[in-house]
Design a protein around this ligand. Structure first.
Ligand SMILES: Nc1ncnc2c1ncn2[C@@H]1O[C@H](COP(=O)(O)OP(=O)(O)OP(=O)(O)O)[C@@H](O)[C@H]1O
Length: 285
């Protein structure tokens, strides 16, 4: 193991995360209590922070419960369990966009004297959610993140920031393609995404641009069918800086075009065209 690895791991151990603890009816009027915690911070320590912050009665016993489903089962954490480690197992949506991942959360629960848990109910959960909605409407809490747009032309407020935010938000969800009208923006994912298999070829065959999630196959499909209908040559311009994925995109285009023409598989025309690519690139250079 290199020194860098050790340092990297230590940095992760030291990283701070914000946990949102929902006290429900234990602290009326508080929607959630943010607590800063590290990977090894225990549930007992988190509860201690919440008690301090919300000035809860110390004579009572509290536990943390993890919920993964709206109105679903609550998993009680042992005092030595580490909430941050539990949170790391939640889906990315729940971590990045908490308003969408609303089902995932930590609740503060009171323990009865006999050791049983004083459970709330679905009504209480609904009330808390409703209260939060009111607070958002009145501007006391930030607005939930807007749904991203798969066509930048549909952005309600178009400027550099909203455009980049939209592309970033989509990229984080592994949506590398975004339209600007009939233009397709591609962000190189530098990793294989399972979106080029025959299922996708079939899905984008003879579809209307914009009906499905943006895709390079959609562009190939529109060009192919326009060629057939109008009986005119079609041209697709691919531009971008070095390493941005032009060659890959060309390969995907050719793959889809040859698949659509049906002759591609039998005659090996796809391999012939792809094989010509490097020769053309060298002669262009
Ligand atoms: N859609 C994609 N999915 C997965 N990986 C990709 C994709 N597009 C590009 N890449 C990755 O990025 C690398 C560089 O892409 P590519 O060679 O297509 O860039 P380029 O724009 O043609 O570069 P240059 O102009 O220097 O020839 C590829 O080798 C591949 O690893």
């Amino acid at each position: 193991m290199s020194v860098h690895d050790v340092g990297g791991r230590r940095r992760f151990e030291d990283s701070e995360f914000t946990l949102r603890i929902y006290p429900g009816n234990i602290a009326e009027g508080t929607i959630y209590c943010p607590v800063t915690a590290r990977k090894n911070t225990t549930a007992a320590e988190v509860i201690e922070h919440v008690i301090d912050k919300l000035q809860l009665e110390r004579t009572k016993l509290y536990v943390l419960a993890e919920v993964k489903e709206f109105g679903g089962e609550e998993w009680i954490l042992n005092p030595t369990d580490c909430p941050v480690q539990r949170m790391m197992l939640w889906p990315r949506m729940a971590l990045e966009n908490r308003f969408c991942g609303e089902d995932y959360r930590f609740l503060l629960r009171e323990k009865n004297l006999d050791g049983s848990i004083h459970y709330g109910n679905l009504q209480m959960w609904l009330r808390v959610t409703e209260e939060r909605r009111h607070l958002v409407e009145r501007g006391f809490l930030p607005q939930p993140l807007q749904k991203d747009h798969d066509d930048l032309c549909n952005l309600p407020d178009l400027n550099e920031k909203t455009l980049l935010d939209n592309l970033r938000s989509r990229f984080k969800q592994e949506k590398i393609y975004t339209y600007v009208g009939s233009i397709l923006i591609v962000i190189n994912p530098f990793q294989f995404l399972p979106i080029y298999n025959p299922k996708y070829v079939k899905m984008y065959d003879n579809h209307q641009l914009g009906k499905l999630e943006p895709h390079i196959y959609a562009v190939a499909d529109v060009a192919y069918h326009a060629m057939l209908q109008r009986r005119q040559n079609q041209c697709i311009v691919i531009s971008g800086e070095s390493g941005s994925g032009k060659t890959q995109s060309t390969n995907f285009l050719i793959h889809h075009l040859t698949a659509l023409s049906q002759k591609g598989f039998a005659s090996g025309v796809e391999q012939i065209i792809l094989g010509a690519g490097p020769v053309l690139e060298v002669s262009a250079g």
